[in-house]
Design a protein around this ligand. Sequence first.
Ligand code: ATP
Length: 364
Amino acid sequence: MATVTVEKMTKRFGDVVAVRDLDLHVEDREFMVFLGPSGCGKTTTLRSIAGLEKPEAGTIRIGDRVVNNLSPAVRDIAMVFQFYALYPHKTAFENIAFPLQARNVPKDEIRRRVIEVARVLHIEHLLERRPRQLSGGEQQRVALGRAMVRRPQVFLMDEPLTNLDAKLRAEMRAELKRLQKDLNATTIYVTHDQVEAMSMGDRIAVMKLGQIEQVGTPDEVYNHPSTLFVAGFVGSPAMNFLPAEYVDGANPTLHVGGGAFSLDVRPEWAQAIRQKATGNTFTFGIRSEDIALYTEPGPDRIPSEVYVMEPLGDVNLFDLKVGEHIIKAKTLPNFRLRIGDSVWMKLDPDKLHLFDMQTERAIL
Ligand code: ATP
């Protein structure tokens, strides 16, 4: 297996800069996920690593080898796409065996390796079927088998679960993650689905407009987003954002939501603001699960009104009206209120986020 290193890579399509000056290092055996909205350059980055696109600038290394000028066939990678494109007239066995046949591997060896891969994927009993006799998930596993059988150094996967129904997708998510660990295979996986990214990745590279905004573990990107974009993209429901103004002095204060409420600013926050901020205006952020709700007033409780309640079964999601703003808060399902009821919010002081209004970078 191998590392993948990309340095200062730029790829243009005419006037469109699909990937801009991108740096990335994927560790040996790591499961790296590229996450970002449509058009942010995930696929182009992956295809450049595969050798299917030729970047205008930058260096791509697989292991210690610079691969920029190598054809896809000799890069020792395997790709799995959203559309798995199995050969319809070949059986599952023949589909998986195909890359080895193309390399003139002896028949016995082919048989041994196909069966070994099929065992890992739990498709041994399906090897004689043709693709149309297989379910979507089974076809996907055959496609994975075809990629695995060559034992490449690196797997590159582009939204491989997109075409599956929700249940199968959740199942395959877990299976793929398990498989990647069993195979010890360096893997780069493209998705725009943040649940997939959070649940599968050792690390996630969050992309926007051809650049990486943040690379981190799921815990890091979720709990310590380094930019407003990452904070807003990762998490469902999205993080609550409100405009905020900082007033320094003996008692530094943050006025949030145009005066909807104010928060005392801890000395270490005040110091961070003085050191990092470009001005005194910010975007304040808090996740819905970091807000506790009470039916009575109390210290540090912020008054609000129930705008709507969504009972989701395992949790209740409240839209709360605070001044002119709506804030989403999550509670246990037994906490129930009606539209128009008064309710008090308490924000977890260790879970507040603050982003510079101008640079959109995290301050806290
Ligand atoms: P999606 O999730 O929709 O697949 P993505 O993040 O993978 O999006 P890319 O497919 O890498 O994004 O595209 C990045 C940018 O480059 C987009 O603006 C896209 O329109 C453009 N682009 C990609 N391929 C080509 C091409 N062959 N010709 C022209 N423009 C392209």
